[in-house]
Design a protein around this ligand. Structure first.
Ligand SMILES: Cc1ncc(COP(=O)(O)O)c(C=O)c1O
Length: 376
C-alpha cells in the first residue's frame, strides 16, 4: 500500500497566462483599443509612457524600449563599441542569449562557473577570469534572484570593466535594497510572455543611470539615424511595439502583487518540501527574490519530470546544456568538467509551476506528486 493518500489527478501547467488575461481582460482590451484607434503603432505615448514607468520602477533615470531581451543585451554591447578582439565575462549557466549576444557583437564570451546555491555567477571566481581584453561583465540574475552585485560591481570598478546586468528574469528583484538593473552601467529586461512582466509577444528594455548611454542605445535601436535618414552609426531596427507597451503598462501595475504571490508560493513549497529528498532553492537574504522560477534539484531529474508530466504537471529544465558546452562555442575549447557546478545544475534542476494564480490546492498536488516520486 502506498504511504501517500490517493490523489485526484489535476492539470497544473507550468504557467497559466489565460488565467492572467481573464483577470485583466477589461484593462488589456481597452489598452489595445486605445492603440488601434490612435494608429500610433511605432513609438508614441505608450512606448515613452512605459519607458518612464519602468525607469521609475527600477529607480534609474533612463529606460529605452527595444524588440527583445536579447536585443537589449546586444544594444548595450554595441553602445559600448564592444566587438572583435574583446572579451565579455558571463555565467556558464544561463539562457543562451547572455552569451549569444556577446558572440553576435563579434566579441568572445568568457565563462565563469556558478555559485551552486543561487545558480548565479560565483563572484569569487570573477576576477581571475578578467584579462587585458575584458571589456565587460554580463551578470545574470537567474530565476529572479540578484547575483552578488556588491562583490561583482567592486571587481568591475577595480578592473575598470563595464557591468551589464542581465535582469531578463529579474525585474523588481533587489540586492541590498537596490533594484535589479540600477547598479551596473546597464540593466536589460525581457518582456517575453513567461517573465514576471510579460507581453503578448517579444519585447525588451535597457535601463541606465547614464544619459549618454541611453542616448546611444536609443540611436542604435533605430538604425543609428539622427536626423532621420542621416546615419552616423550602423544600428538596427529594434523597437518596442506600441501595442506591447500599452499591454505592459497595464501589467506593470500588477507586477509587485504577482511577484509577492510567487514569493508566497515559494514559501509554501519550501515548507511543504521540507525533509523531502529534493534540493530546495536558496534565498539569499540580501536579495529580494521575485521567483520567476522555482527550481528544485533532484538526482533522477528526467524521471521526475516524466513522472510529473504523466500526472498532469508541467515543469521545465532550465537549462539542460551549460553555455560552455554548447556546440556553437566549441571553438572556445571547453570540456566537460571545466565548470562542475554549472554542469551539475544542468543535470539536476527542474522548475515547478509557481505562477501567481497557482493556488494552494494545485501547489499541494505538485508537492504531493514530487514527494511520491522522490521519497518512495
Ligand atoms: C537570462 C536571460 N537573458 C536574456 C533573455 C533574452 O530575452 P528575450 O527572450 O526577450 O530575447 C532571456 C529570456 O529568456 C533570459 O532568460
Amino acid at each position: 500500500m502506498s504511504a501517500m493518500p490517493a490523489q485526484t489527478k489535476m492539470t497544473v501547467p507550468l504557467l497559466d497566462l489565460k488565467a492572467q488575461y481573464a483577470d485583466l481582460r477589461k484593462d488589456i482590451d481597452e489598452a489595445i483599443r486605445r492603440v488601434m484607434e490612435s494608429a500610433r503603432f511605432i513609438g508614441g505615448p505608450e512606448v515613452s509612457g512605459l519607458e518612464e514607468e519602468v525607469a521609475r520602477y527600477s529607480r534609474v533615470a533612463h529606460a529605452v524600449g527595444c524588440a527583445s531581451g536579447t536585443d537589449a543585451l546586444l544594444l548595450c554591447l554595441r553602445a559600448l563599441e564592444i566587438g572583435p578582439g574583446d572579451e565579455v565575462v558571463t555565467s556558464a549557466y544561463s539562457f543562451f542569449a547572455s552569451a549569444g549576444a556577446v558572440a553576435n557583437a563579434g566579441a568572445t564570451p568568457v565563462f565563469v562557473d556558478i555559485d551552486p546555491r543561487t545558480y548565479n555567477l560565483d563572484s569569487h571566481r570573477l576576477e581571475a577570469a578578467i584579462t587585458p581584453r575584458t571589456k565587460a561583465v554580463i551578470a545574470v540574475h537567474l530565476f529572479g534572484q540578484c547575483c552578488d552585485l556588491g562583490a561583482i560591481d567592486a571587481v568591475c570598478q577595480k578592473r575598470q570593466v563595464w557591468l551589464i546586468e542581465d535582469a531578463a528574469q529579474a525585474i523588481g528583484s533587489e540586492w541590498e535594497g537596490k533594484r535589479a538593473g540600477s547598479v551596473g552601467d546597464f540593466g536589460c529586461f525581457s518582456f517575453f510572455p513567461s517573465k514576471n512582466l510579460g507581453g503578448a509577444g517579444d519585447g525588451g528594455m535597457v535601463v541606465t543611470r547614464n544619459a549618454d548611454y541611453a542616448d546611444r542605445v536609443r540611436l542604435l535601436r533605430e538604425h543609428g539615424a539622427r536626423p532621420k535618414y542621416h546615419h552616423a552609426l550602423v544600428g538596427t531596427n529594434s523597437r518596442l511595439d506600441a501595442l506591447q507597451a500599452a499591454i505592459l503598462r497595464v501589467k506593470l501595475r500588477h507586477l509587485d502583487r504577482w511577484s509577492e504571490s510567487r514569493a508566497k508560493n515559494a514559501q509554501s513549497y519550501h515548507r511543504l518540501l521540507e525533509g523531502s529528498r529534493v534540493g530546495r532553492p536558496y534565498h539569499d537574504p540580501k536579495s529580494r527574490h521575485i521567483y520567476n522560477q522555482y527550481v528544485i534539484r533532484a538526482e533522477k531529474r528526467d524521471e521526475l519530470k516524466q513522472f510529473l508530466a504523466d500526472r498532469g504537471i508541467g515543469t521545465e529544465v532550465y537549462y539542460p546544456v551549460p553555455l560552455h558546452l554548447q556546440q556553437c562555442f566549441s571553438m572556445l575549447g571547453h570540456r566537460a568538467g571545466d565548470m562542475p557546478q554549472s554542469e551539475a545544475a544542468a543535470k539536476e534542476t527542474l522548475a515547478l509551476p509557481i505562477y501567481p494564480e497557482l493556488g494552494e490546492e494545485r501547489l499541494r498536488y505538485v508537492v504531493q506528486t514530487v514527494r511520491e516520486f522522490v521519497d518512495r
